[in-house]
Design a protein around this ligand. Sequence first.
Ligand SMILES: Cc1cc2nc3c(=O)[nH]c(=O)nc-3n(C[C@H](O)[C@H](O)[C@H](O)COP(=O)(O)OP(=O)(O)OC[C@H]3O[C@@H](n4cnc5c(N)ncnc54)[C@H](O)[C@@H]3O)c2cc1C
Length: 366
Amino acid sequence: MKRVLLLGAGHAQLSVLADVMRQRLPGGEVLLVTPQAQLLYSGMVPGLIAGRYALDHCTIDVGALARAASVPLRLGRAVALDAQAREVALADGERIGYDLLCLNTGPVQDRDRIPGAREHALFVRPIETFVELWQRARTLADERPVALVVIGNGAAGVELVLAARAGLGARHSLALVCDGDLLQGHPPTARARAQAALRRAKVQLLPGRCTAIEARHVVVGSMRVVCDLPVVATGSDAPAWLAGSGLALDDAGYVRVGATLQSASHANVLAAGDLIARDDAAHPRSGVYAVRAGPVLAANLRALVGGGTLVPYRPQRRSLNLLSLGDGRALASWGGWSAQGWMMGWWKDAIDRGFVRRWRDQPSKK
Ligand SMILES: Cc1cc2nc3c(=O)[nH]c(=O)nc-3n(C[C@H](O)[C@H](O)[C@H](O)COP(=O)(O)OP(=O)(O)OC[C@H]3O[C@@H](n4cnc5c(N)ncnc54)[C@H](O)[C@@H]3O)c2cc1C
């Protein structure tokens, strides 16, 4: 029997679980290790902050999926990997050996990049911790007007600050720190629409780099801005625990994989999601690409266990971006095209609810 370790219940790993649920993996003894049995779907978190969803709407029961697939679930967080010894170390000290590793632990945020952020700020990742702390922080906002500053001019930063306006109300002061252009990589029309939405929501744009976060202020360029609630949404980083793993990594520390999602250095390691850097076909890091990689990850794991030909994952050249604007409307963009409004909001809501429902319904399809 080959020991198959599924590490991280990310977007792509859900397909692996569903595949094993549909058809056992002959010759494989599968174990899932991930920190929580409930996966919070990030695409719906802005809607949760805006008060449009309850926590339950955004949650996928990975535990139920694992049970339906007869895959034991070990709750734990990897802190080290030795690809040569084929062993993963967990935060609680346990070491787990494997023959085949299927890696989908997602990205992290460097908590020390902005001095003071570790002590004073909320980080958007891990998303479960963010939501828990947000729910606590918002009790403060229920008591008195607060100054919220979101640091990050990408999609997550824009969505979260607009969601905060919708969820907290008009009496609070909201700002977005933009180190460079808003929504880089999006078409100019989408960026202009986002700018207008922020203006309508009375979100102040603070141009410049955030260089420090203090107990009651954030420092942006030469400004010291009053802030009760700093939220860091400045993109994501590769986990530091991969650095000494022996796996081939790119310069930023992401796992280098080829078309079949096999590690560039270790053929017994498959990886997918935001954690990877494709050697042959670089693509943006987003949930869309992680989800699309899922069926290929599942097929190739099956091929590695049972013998067979591995198939390539061909990422689409571009993807549809749907950003919620907090009030039920959304901003859609595709290549150079963009549109916004209630219809786009309805569309995003239908896609997101459909995604969660799809994974919730899996166990009953067994
Ligand atoms: C607020 C927000 C909104 C977003 N909205 C969208 C959107 O609408 N559309 C879109 O395409 N993208 C969106 N994204 C980006 C999206 O969240 C990521 O691209 C996506 O989550 C990456 O998927 P993944 O499978 O690689 O990792 P994840 O979804 O992060 O899953 C990783 C899994 O591994 C587990 N894990 C983490 N560390 C460890 C460890 N050390 N050991 C074991 N297990 C571990 C985690 O608990 C989790 O279960 C959004 C991001 C944010 C922050």
